[in-house]
Ligand binder design. Structure first.
Ligand SMILES: Cc1cc2nc3c(=O)[nH]c(=O)nc-3n(C[C@H](O)[C@H](O)[C@H](O)COP(=O)(O)O)c2cc1C
Length: 206
């Protein structure tokens, strides 16, 4: 499947932000059970979906802030069938690589825990997007400041994912990954860098 159309996010399940904060934690023991397309839709929208048609500096707003609203962090999604790029404007997943590459999005250093988890997010910065931001403040062109910005912007998305997972009784785990292999698999340009992975699924029942 070249694209996976995602249903509209469903806000059906109520939990206060404070209750989700009370439950937020890293869960590494994750079962193989797949997420429904609806759950995937809800997850990705919560992570960095469009929540305002008119956001700052001439582009739509998303659920995670970014420096000058550059939205330079792309979310790739490793599923059993392949790796997809989340397109927030159209709320769909576009196929990037066919095959099960979830192991690389976890990285060998993490051991086998949660290796078969259904969804593994891959955080990739597209540095070129800083030059296209609607507000060109000087730091956007300085490598050191760019780095600070893109790691902070990653953390804001990852925090959304942790809170979403807590609110849905899903497991979430932020972690390192095999950057070199993923760069090849995703055919990234020189100004795109793999930063981190985050695994999501159902907690393993003990
Ligand atoms: C920048 C960063 C890198 C992390 N890298 C890893 C990792 O490579 N492997 C891992 O198992 N956990 C990793 N974690 C998860 C932390 O170990 C975890 O968040 C921390 O122990 C606190 O636990 P908690 O999330 O349950 O509060 C990382 C977390 C952050 C913020």
């Amino acid at each position: 499947m070249d694209t996976i159309a995602l249903p509209k996010p469903d806000f059906g399940r109520d939990m206060t932000v404070q209750s989700a904060l009370e439950k937020r934690k890293t869960v590494r023991e994750i079962s193989e059970k797949k997420l429904s397309t609806q759950a995937l839709s809800n997850l990705l929208w919560s992570a960095r979906g469009v929540n305002r048609k008119k956001g700052p500096f001439g582009v739509p707003g998303i659920t995670a802030g970014s420096a000058s609203n550059a939205q330079e962090i792309d979310l790739y999604v490793a599923l059993e069938a392949g790796v997809y790029l989340y397109d927030p404007a159209h709320h769909l997943l576009a196929l990037v690589a066919v095959g099960d590459f979830r192991v690389f999005a976890l990285g060998e250093a993490q051991g086998k825990t949660g290796a078969k988890a259904p969804v593994r997010l891959i955080y990739v910065v597209d540095v070129d997007k800083f030059s296209k931001a609607g507000f060109q403040e000087p730091g956007l062109n300085t490598p050191e400041t760019q780095k600070a910005y893109y790691y902070i912007d990653t953390g804001l998305i990852a925090g959304n994912v942790y809170l979403f997972a807590a609110s849905q009784e899903l497991a979430a785990w932020f972690h390192n990954c095999n950057k070199a292999e993923l760069s090849k698999i995703l055919k990234l340009r020189n100004d795109q860098h793999v930063l981190f992975g985050q695994t999501v699924g159902y907690p393993e029942k003990k």
